[in-house]
Design a binder for this molecule. Structure first.
Ligand code: AMP
Length: 390
């Protein structure tokens, strides 16, 4: 796979697919600019080559062919102009051609307003390709989608991976392909059904030394061991699958710790009465919403003696203060691992970024992935179509 520095980009028109799918409030203000900041080095490098930069991205999930104000990328163009301290021209209509000079930057309107984007229509891809001399795919967070602007263009232009995509792949390879051991994966979140392939892949192929499961996922494993889970979220249809994964873990010599104690309540709210219970004492009306203090102590020890860490999703309902302690403790354990231990940690996917930000440990994670779905697909061993196209 070629990388951006392999291409002769001086004074050329360079089409760049970024992922500017940022969260905005009702006033169209950007409330988290992580993805814009992550793309800045790519844009700045292209400016040093005096390239004419044409940026492409999607925003949200509009109906194709229908313009809707709330999905317009115009606020992103204004925001980029501010943080780059350079005008980023916004273009509503671009498929029939663009006027651009070397050193200028254009952001095109949401690619998903174009009919055929999601189906990777070759006619649309060709029209986009005609805008540039080269194509840089830099949108890791969209690399799991075979769409016209992520994959199609690469068939018509000399193409390469951008620096952000390259950084993401390097970081993930370091964890998945040649990690320093012991390697621990922490997989939280709501449902086992979303993570079955991932859990098995981590145990069988990646050969993690320890697999920590948390959140609703852990409840299904506890139930599979015959433990009481009361009214907790769990998936009764997946008990056999859960048992299978635990068996595979045992066969592979992978340590698979389950919560020993938990935080329970009868309802999910900010001011509810909570109780800490040993895992064997959960009652019929209890709902498990977080891991307990004894579990936290054990997990902290495992985390702080792991050379490599992969973290996906919270181990409790961290959005509510009474159930945030477990996820906060995971974050603190990573943050407080002595620097001299040289731990390498990668976090990403789903709600992981908000947890990392909420607990203020962004600077303590070695690499924070910009990918949600793409991150999950990559770590479960799938080939991402946009990377294949390159
Ligand atoms: P996911 O939607 O799979 O990415 O998982 C993230 C969500 O799982 C977060 O919104 C958490 O609040 C939720 N979660 C974590 N622990 C639990 C739990 N014990 N019961 C229900 N939901 C949980």
């Amino acid at each position: 796979m070629k990388i951006m520095s392999d291409l002769p980009l001086q004074n050329q028109r360079v089409l760049v697919r970024e992922d500017f799918n940022v969260p905005m409030n009702d006033q169209g203000e950007i409330i988290n600019d992580q993805r814009l900041q992550a793309a800045l080095p790519t844009i700045q490098t292209l400016l040093t080559h005096n390239a004419a930069i044409i940026l492409l991205s999607h925003l949200g999930r509009p109906t194709e062919g229908v313009f809707e104000q709330k999905y317009s990328l115009r606020p992103v163009a204004d925001y980029l102009s501010k943080i780059l301290q350079k005008k980023v021209r916004f273009e509503l209509n671009y498929l029939e051609g663009l006027e651009i000079q070397p050193g200028e930057i254009i952001l095109c309107e949401n690619v998903r307003f174009n009919l055929g984007e999601k189906k990777n229509d070759p006619v649309l891809a060709q029209k986009m390709a005609k805008l540039g001399d080269f194509f840089i795919m830099d949108a890791f967070a969209t690399a799991h989608r075979a769409e016209a602007s992520t994959c199609g263009i690469a068939h018509y232009l000399s193409s390469a991976a951008g620096p952000l995509l390259e950084r993401e792949i390097k970081a993930l390879k370091q964890v998945m392909d040649h990690p320093e051991k012991p390697l621990t994966a922490i997989v939280g979140g709501a449902k086992v059904s979303d993570k079955l392939v991932l859990l098995e892949h981590l145990v069988k192929k990646v050969k993690v030394n320890t697999l920590i499961v948390g959140g609703g996922i852990a409840n299904t494993f506890l139930a599979a061991l015959g433990k009481p889970v009361g009214q907790s979220l769990y998936e009764p249809a997946l008990l056999n699958e859960a048992q299978h994964i635990m068996q595979v873990a045992q066969d592979c010599g992978c340590f698979f710790p389950l919560p020993e104690d938990v935080v329970v309540a009868e309802t999910l709210s900010e001011h509810v009465v909570t109780q800490i219970k040993n895992i064997d004492s959960v009652c019929d009306q209890d709902r498990i919403f977080d891991i307990g203090p004894q579990t936290i102590r054990h997990l902290t020890e495992i985390i702080q003696t792991s050379k490599t860490l992969l973290w996906n999703d919270p181990v409790g309902v961290f959005e509510y203060a009474p159930f945030a302690a477990g996820t906060k403790a995971i974050a603190s354990a990573i943050a407080n691992t002595p620097e001299s231990f040289h731990q390498y940690s990668v976090a990403g996917g789903g709600d992981t970024l908000s947890a990392v930000e909420q607990f203020n440990i962004t600077q303590h994670i070695s690499y924070l992935s910009t990918g949600g779905g793409a991150f999950l697909e990559y770590i479960q061993g799938k080939k991402l179509p946009a990377i294949l196209a390159l």
